[in-house]
Ligand binder design. Structure first.
Ligand code: ARG
Length: 602
């Protein structure tokens, strides 16, 4: 389509300008050279560069001197201790306008102060070349992010919302880092529940084959009703069990009924994805079904599969219960499908990193089949080697009562209802601020949506994903504290400073010079430059909350700068407007990576 072609052209344009790597990586490069020059006989030292915990000591530090000293002491070295080792590292640094000075502290820490002019120049260069030049470099080419993955005919619940939001952010961060991402929706479309659903469809909608999709309406209610029928009528139960066999055996009539039921669910799921702005490609459990026998045969050849109580299983070291791969009735299950999907992703899709986003309750399942794949030699035994499989677990969403989040009327909270409420609360707040008179109805609606949905996403992403968190509208929609509302407003305020200055930013980028003379300007500039390494860290550790922390700190640093440094009408107006623009740009990139739509006015 036209849109696709367009986005492809943009992305090739973007990669024309090569990413320069993170600040940390740039420093590491300098220290690597110096280590090689100062200690030519020692080849296996990697530069250890880290951020200074106490900014009073410097911006970054290099921690190689101590371990180097331990390596060479007593071996006839000319050095008398770790401090002289550190001194020699500093003396051998190649000339660079990046570093202002280095000092040795304590047992040989090298504290690094970056040059203010270099910080200014680097920020301005990004403004000209584009933020894509700040994309981190990751050691992977193609990843599969398996996320959202709801079950057909069942309601998408808050757990699936978490998976959708976290998975989308991880995918966005990897995509920004020039990694190819296969966004996989591993929907549960192949369980035994389909036998009863199909039989119930035949019973309730005898004309089901006539229309394209039967008027089931509420699929969840349909599921419940069919379950009731299944539990109470032995004849129905028997028919349902036979239906599963017919379906899995490929009977055309059953396949058609199954496809119709899936289609109804798919349409419902799609509504949620559209609202959240999340893109996914479905390859459900059924997709892997034809490949299962072959994948299991490969595991069998390796001697991994055993017979146990009539089932075929894989025993895993350290686990009492084995992984069942063929049930006693001969059917396949969740584990056989996941093992096969892993095989497919490795061999057919040639991915080098498989990332699975589900609640922590499923951790055991993932540990077990990852371990089986390692024993089979599908994955390397070392955790740090590629190809790699990672389970991204997350905690529960809790209600105000501290228990699993539910509403009074229904058991599970419907996602669409949550999004509706977030939006309407935002709209009300905007109306109370008199925006209904200032803005068009469309602007009001779009802003309410951006802020409302953004708030729901951010409230989830800002927590370490492993912890449970309490769902609270009042908190997440507050315009104070670490919320999307506060951050979106902060961004809009920066945009309005720039607008009101009346200056042409595009012109300033080229002609003006940045100079970060004030301490708070320098601090903000440095924080901006740390964006690539934060994205890198968030990707490597699969922790979106790191990006949220970065964004919140960015807005705090901006506030400090704006409080202490006059922008419009000052001698430094040009430089400071450029700093405002760079801040707004990085904030927008953060919003984008978090799946939040920025707003430009409030
Ligand atoms: N359908 C599953 C659920 O709702 C999640 C699937 C996750 N992905 C996977 N490859 N197992 O719990």
């Amino acid at each position: 389509s036209a849109v696709e072609v367009h986005s492809r052209t943009i992305s090739t344009m973007e990669t024309d300008k090569e990413s320069i790597g993170s600040l940390k990586q740039q420093l590491a490069k300098l220290f690597e050279e110096s280590l090689r020059a100062a200690f030519p006989d020692i080849s296996d030292v990697q530069p250890l560069v880290a951020i200074c915990n106490d900014p009073k000591n410097g911006d970054y530090q290099c921690n190689n001197a101590m371990s180097l000293w331990n390596k060479i002491k007593g071996k006839g070295t000319q050095f008398k201790g770790p401090q002289p080792v550190g001194k020699s590292i500093v003396e051998n640094l190649p000339a660079s306008d990046m570093i202002e000075n280095c000092s040795i502290a304590g047992p040989g820490f090298i504290n690094i102060v970056l040059a203010r002019q270099w910080i200014a120049k680097s920020v301005q260069k990004m403004l000209i070349d584009g933020i894509e030049t700040w994309a981190p470099k990751l050691p992977v080419k193609r990843t599969v992010v398996d996320f959202s993955s709801p079950n057909i005919a069942k309601e998408m619940h808050v757990g699936h919302l978490r998976s959708t939001i976290i998975g989308d952010t991880l995918a966005r961060m990897l995509e920004f880092s020039n990694v190819e991402v296969l966004r996989r929706n591993h929907v549960g479309d192949w369980g035994t529940q389909f036998g009863m659903l199909i039989e119930f469809l035949f019973e309730k909608f005898p004309n089901w084959e006539a229309g394209s999709t039967p008027a089931i309406g509420d699929l969840e209610a349909f599921y419940k009703a069919s379950k009731q029928r299944f539990d109470s009528d032995p004849d129905f139960k028997e028919r349902a069990q036979k239906a599963v066999v017919s379906l899995q055996g490929g009977d055309e009539k059953y396949r058609k009924a199954w496809a119709q039921i899936c289609e109804i669910s798919r349409k419902e799921f799609q509504k949620v994805y559209e609202r959240l702005g999340v893109h996914l490609e479905e390859k459900g459990e059924s997709f892997y079904n034809p490949y299962i026998p072959k994948a299991l045969e490969l595991l069998n050849e390796k001697g991994l599969i055993e017979e146990s109580e009539g089932a075929r299983v894989i025993f895993i070291e350290g686990k009492k219960i084995p992984l069942i791969v063929v049930k006693r009735d001969g059917g396949f299950n969740y584990a056989s499908t996941d093992l096969t999907a892993l095989w497919y992703r490795l061999n057919e899709e040639k991915a080098d990193w498989m990332i699975y986003v589900t609640d922590v309750g499923q951790r055991e399942h993932f540990e077990m089949f990852f371990s089986a794949a390692k024993h089979a030699g599908w994955l390397p035994s070392n955790e740090n080697d590629y190809p790699k499989a990672s389970h991204v677990g997350f905690g529960l969403v809790l209600g105000e009562d501290g228990k699993r989040f539910r509403t009074r009327s229904t058991e599970v909270v419907k996602l669409v209802d949550l999004l509706d409420e977030a939006k309407s609360r935002c709209k009300l707040a905007l109306e109370e601020r008199g925006k209904a008179k200032e803005w068009t109805a469309e602007e009001l609606d779009q802003t309410a949506e951006a802020v409302g949905y953004g708030a729901v996403k951010y409230a989830d992403l800002k927590n370490n994903r492993l912890t449970n968190y309490t769902f609270n509208f009042d908190q997440m929609l507050s315009d104070k504290g670490n919320t999307a509302v506060y951050l979106l407003y902060a961004h809009a305020r920066i945009c309005s400073i720039i607008r009101k200055s009346g200056r042409d930013i595009e012109e300033l980028k080229k002609s003006g010079a940045m100079d970060l003379a004030h301490q708070d300007e320098r601090m903000l500039g440095l924080h901006l430059l740390q964006f690539p390494e934060i994205v890198e860290e968030a990707c490597t550790n699969l922790l979106p909350n790191l990006l949220c922390e970065y964004l919140y700190k960015l807005s705090e640093d901006f506030t400090k700068f704006y409080t202490n440094c006059q922008v419009v009408g000052s001698d430094e107006e040009t430089s400071r407007l450029l700093l405002c623009e760079a801040t707004a740009l990085v904030m927008r990139k953060c919003f984008h990576l978090l799946g939040i739509t920025p707003v430009y006015k409030i």
